[in-house]
Design a protein around this ligand. Sequence first.
Ligand code: IMP
Ligand code: MG
Length: 192
Amino acid sequence: MQSNNGAPHLLEDIDTILVDEATIKARLRKLGDEINAAYRGRELTVIAIINGAIIFVADLIRELDLAIQLDCIRVSSYRDEMRPVQEPEIIDRIRLDVEDVDVLLIDDILDTGKTLSRVCEIFRKMRPASLRTCVLLDKQTTRAVDFEADFVGFQIPDEFVVGYGLDFAERYRQLPCIGILKPELQNPPEWS
Ligand code: IMP
Ligand code: MG
């Protein structure tokens, strides 16, 4: 089923569609099955890293046949060219107590791995019963730190992608598919 929104004119800025809407939907069902099997009979605390994971998490949790608590965090970007290089930090604290609960951290994309490895480091100190990670996309070729996610939607090549929650300067998040942004529109890079 195709969505009838998602601002069709935005597609004009896309070079190549990497994952279409139907493929995302089908993969989310399978991913939901994997997560259901991993946590069967337990309550899961889902922590979404926003803004990027917002659409993915909204759709994924509706594939889960588990009791769920949901919270969101924001992480400061180390890609901000206005400031010196720094470690990603959580800039909006979670409200839930995650001690002794099963935590699943969800992000849109795993690229260098710096964001999720840092967020995991911070969460481990909160002593959850278990801590796993899930990403919609995994750019396998670009890791700067040794980090792999436990649940992955799609492996993709090392290209700048937008849509289905992923942005360029906060734009394109509502595209229903995932596509490579035209190179001439990628400058200057303003990742968030
Ligand atoms: P990492 O810390 O390098 O793994 O990057 C994770 C964050 O970088 C993601 O949460 C995104 O916000 C951003 N990012 C990395 N690659 C892309 C991309 O291709 N499109 C949009 N955002 C990206
Ligand atoms: Mg982002």
